[in-house]
Design a protein around this ligand. Structure first.
Ligand code: ADP
Ligand code: MG
Length: 342
């Protein structure tokens, strides 16, 4: 059977089923944003790893090494944030083609260090190899969380409200702008300064995302959330993961989805609708979480940018509801590594 027949998530399920040896101290194994293992009766060690491949996850013709280092740390920090955890240590492994310069590796670690420093993350090891084809980056982060505070994808219940931090779609729009800039001969006409800053803001969201570590921690400590995930594959896919693992359905109200002013104002210059970037785009690294009604007042007291975008419902269906009340099925639209052209 070809891996494209079952897709990325089918393959992960397959690995999970074939490797079902259970270890007692594993609180959360394959299937969430990070693994959680018990290291004492109250403390949980979180572990998450991500692989970034040149030509798949990044393009050195438009990403500088500083941003690449930043993003490599950010995507992993985001998974620790999604569990409500505190990042502690990391390991970085690099596969480097022979044309990469020492200065470029230093720039990578300057970017990596800038965001690692913000979160008190220490680099404690890794591995370095030559690569025959393209640059390869693997980052593993270890974090911790109290056993009573850990948040998973499986706790959403019917009646819970669905929230997202920040705004959605900017990163995907930024990537489209970067890709089109690459293929276009630069226009000689000077763009208006306001348009330039809008474009820069979208590009920045793609190249140097902000993981919501502080927000994740606040949400976890407050005890308000029933489930949480970070939005790495796009709202439609990541909400799908919460629903599948919680055994529930959802209704998302299209006109409640938070869209940045920059994305709205730049919508005319993009290939798709703003809603498409928000639902399918991915790489937002915002937190998507659910909260029961009795916690909503406490949640609003947390004073963070979180927008209610829908409700968890009974059943399995995930719907998108437009401003006129029309419903359509919201299937996962995010990227699947083995079915990229779905
Ligand atoms: P995220 O987007 O949050 O990084 P992924 O979709 O990459 O999560 O992975 C989902 C889950 O599957 C995670 O628990 C991850 O650790 C696990 N996983 C992915 N690939 C493998 C693999 N090859 N072996 C074991 N577990 C895997
Ligand atoms: Mg994740």
């Amino acid at each position: 059977m070809k891996i494209s027949e079952i897709g990325e998530f089918g393959l992960i399920r397959n690995i999970q089923q074939n490797f079902s040896r259970k270890i007692l101290s594993t609180l959360i194994g394959i299937g969430d944003d990070a693994a959680a293992v018990m290291v004492s009766s109250s403390k949980v060690l979180l572990a998450t790893t991500d692989l970034l491949l040149e030509g798949v996850h990044f393009d050195l013709s438009y990403s500088d090494f500083y941003s690449l280092g930043w993003k490599s740390a950010a995507v992993n920090l985001s998974d620790i944030a999604a569990m409500g955890g505190i990042p502690r240590f990391c390991l970085t492994s690099l596969g480097l083609p022979s044309n990469i310069k020492v200065e470029q590796v230093n720039e990578f670690y300057r970017g990596f260090g800038a965001i690692a420093g913000k979160h008190g993350l220490g680099l404690v090891g890794g591995d370095t190899c030559g690569s025959q084809k393209g640059m390869v980056i693997s980052v593993t982060i270890l974090g911790e969380v109290e056993k009573s505070r850990v948040l998973t994808r499986s706790g959403a219940r019917p009646g819970d409200s669905i929230f997202t931090t920040g705004t959605l779609g900017d990163s995907a729009a930024g990537m489209e702008i970067l890709r089109s800039k690459k293929s276009k001969v630069k226009s000689k006409k000077k763009k208006a300064r306001s348009q330039e800053s809008r474009v820069m803001s979208l590009i920045q969201k793609h190249l140097r995302p902000t993981p919501r570590v502080d927000e994740g921690r606040k949400i976890a400590l407050s005890g308000c959330a029933s489930a949480m995930i970070d939005i790495s594959d796009g709202l439609s896919s990541d909400l799908g993961h919460i629903c599948e693992q919680s055994g529930v359905g959802a209704e998302v109200y299209a006109d409640k989805i938070p869209i940045s002013t920059e994305l709205k104002q730049h919508s005319g210059g993009l290939k798709n609708t703003v809603l498409h970037y928000a639902l399918a785009g991915g790489e937002d690294y915002e937190l998507l979480f659910t909260a029961p009604e009795m916690k909503l007042r406490k949640l609003s007291g947390l004073k963070m940018q979180a927008t209610e975008i829908g409700k968890i419902i009974k059943g399995k269906a995930v719907h998108l509801v437009d401003g006129s009340g029309n419903m359509r099925c919201l299937s996962p639209l995010g990227y699947d590594h083995f079915r990229p052209h779905r």
